[in-house]
Design a protein around this ligand. Structure first.
Ligand SMILES: [Ca+2]
Ligand SMILES: [Ca+2]
Ligand SMILES: [Ca+2]
Length: 502
């Protein structure tokens, strides 16, 4: 059953005189300005052949907020907006003239929260649009068809039901005969270099003809084909298909390009999309530092770090809380290992592995209210020995967990061996120049390490005279990816990162 929120009781009679726009009415045009200051004209979008969905809501309206939090519109926008098939425009329109624009993102006043969080479609604060569209209650969710600019109230739909509304040939006839396009690329979890994930994409047939064969290909930044899969079968107009591309192993440089290969496709613009594999933050070396500030209830806090096998490799705080104590309310300030209140702790964590490995940091709160911000301002910050911040936070409920990698080669040592060091070209295809300058003659080993800290090439120990030097390294046989050049001897080390591309 639809739940609607009456604007104000006093308006009910007026609303009866001026009810919602009847389905099938030609919508009046409007131009509005979004929260970022960009203007949007309704008819312009419709004339581009795009379906428009308008979610007219008020910041204080509970059913509006419930629906907003399902993220169904955002999910639809990801698949069918400009990052996907590019057939859909969505505008979230705050329609109450009495609420301030800032209440949309601050949750101030009687607003129910930050309405912009996680939202990439257009958001506006425009009561004049609400009145132009004769809104009788919140939320009113309209669809407008590009074919004839007619408006329909669609209500609070799921992602699949929204897809059916958008991909309706009467409302939005196909612009081409032969045309498939992307309708979303699955998000990957955060990966450390060397870890794998399964790639998959959604493809939609946007043409009027059934398509029977195409392939999806994935390229890495160097242009190498790293995954591909064919589709064979009947792919009907406006039908969506999932194409599984198999496992992909992360290298640390995973800005992938996805391409659909279909003979005679009449609209190439929707056949290419870019999407990166998300990399977990990775520490240089195996020593990390946890800075932990407790709130006014330090005894509620426990944290631990697990390795890839789920084994705990470090932990601290109140063991009465422990890994399973989130929200359990069993702890007290007299527990033997309880942290003090409102205290800053600096904890050095030595991780076991010397190669890059993945870990998970988990912080647990006995009272289900985190370490910020109700009772003090606690936080945690995980850094590596070079000062790179890996993870930070504090606002959570019973538990917060996040992944990080550790064991990447330390890029700079305490003692720089040479005065200057530059590598070029970067990215490099076959020959890398290593330019450096020293005050005195030195015996130096020049070598190349991969992301796992393994030496993949070495020139051995050679004597270099004082002054400026350029050494050319052949990197033709290296796989595309990130590497480090290292110049070292017993007195120090200097390293630089570079990328091999093909
Ligand atoms: Ca408003
Ligand atoms: Ca196409
Ligand atoms: Ca707490």
């Amino acid at each position: 059953m639809k739940r609607h929120y009456i604007l104000f009781l006093a308006f009910v009679f007026a609303l009866n005189l001026n009810a919602q726009m009847p389905d099938g009415t030609v919508v009046p045009d409007f131009t509005t300005t979004d929260l970022d200051g960009n203007t949007h004209n309704l008819y312009e979008y419709l004339e581009q052949g795009k379906t428009v969905i308008l979610d007219v809501y008020a910041v204080w309206c509970p059913p509006c907020w419930s629906y907003h939090q399902t993220h169904a519109l955002e999910d639809a926008y990801k698949e069918f907006g400009p990052e996907g098939s590019d057939n859909l425009v969505i505008m979230g329109i705050e329609g109450d003239a009495s609420t301030s624009v800032s209440s949309i993102w601050t949750g101030a006043g009687n607003s129910l929260g930050d309405w912009t969080e996680g939202i990439s479609y257009v958001m506006v604060d425009d009561a004049s649009v609400a009145s132009l569209l004769e809104i009788g209650y919140y939320p009113t969710i309209y669809k407008i068809c590009p074919v004839d600019k007619t408006i329909y109230e669609i209500g609070q739909l799921s992602l699949d039901a929204i897809a059916n509304q958008v991909f309706d040939t009467d409302c939005m006839p196909p612009a081409n005969n032969i045309d498939v396009g992307f309708a979303g690329i699955a998000d990957s979890p955060e990966l450390c270099p060397g870890e794998s994930t399964d790639l998959s994409v959604e493809v939609i047939n946007l043409g009027s003809e059934t398509v029977q064969q195409y392939s999806v290909k994935v390229y890495n930044p160097a242009g190498d084909l790293v995954a591909q899969a064919p589709f064979v079968g009947n792919h009907y107009t406006y039908q969506k298909k999932t194409v599984n591309l198999g496992a992909y192993t992360a290298t640390g440089n995973d800005d992938l390009t996805y391409v659909i290969d279909l003979n005679n496709d009449e609209a190439d613009v929707n056949n290419t999309r870019n999407k990166s594999i998300n990399s977990a933050p990775t520490a240089q070396g195996n020593t990390i530092n946890l800075e932990l500030k407790t709130d006014f209830y330090g005894f509620e806090t426990y944290w631990y770090v697990t390795d890839d096998n789920g084994m705990t490799v470090a932990s601290g705080g109140n063991e009465v809380v422990g890994p399973d104590g989130g929200g359990v309310n069993v702890a007290s300030s007299s527990d033997p290992t309880a942290y003090e209140n409102n205290e800053l702790y600096n904890i050095e964590i030595e991780l076991p592995s010397s190669d890059i490995a993945c870990y998970e940091f988990i912080i647990v709160d006995d009272n289900n209210d985190g370490i910020c911000c109700g009772d003090g301002s606690g936080y945690y910050e995980l850094t590596d020995n070079s000062g790179n911040v890996l993870l930070t936070g504090g606002q959570f409920e019973m538990e917060m967990s996040d992944r990080f990698g550790a064991g990447a080669p330390v890029a700079t040592s305490n003692v720089e061996l040479v005065n200057t060091l530059a590598v070029y070209p970067n990215p490099v295809v076959d020959r890398l120049n290593v330019a450096f300058e020293m005050d005195k003659t030195n015996d130096i080993e020049i070598s190349i390490m991969n992301m796992l800290g393994q030496q993949v090439r070495s020139l051995g120990m050679n004597t270099f005279a004082a002054g400026a030097q350029v050494v050319e390294l052949d990197v033709n046989n290296l796989q595309p990816g990130i590497y480090f050049v290292s110049l070292q001897n017993e007195n120090g080390i200097s390293t630089r990162k570079f990328t091999v591309s093909k």
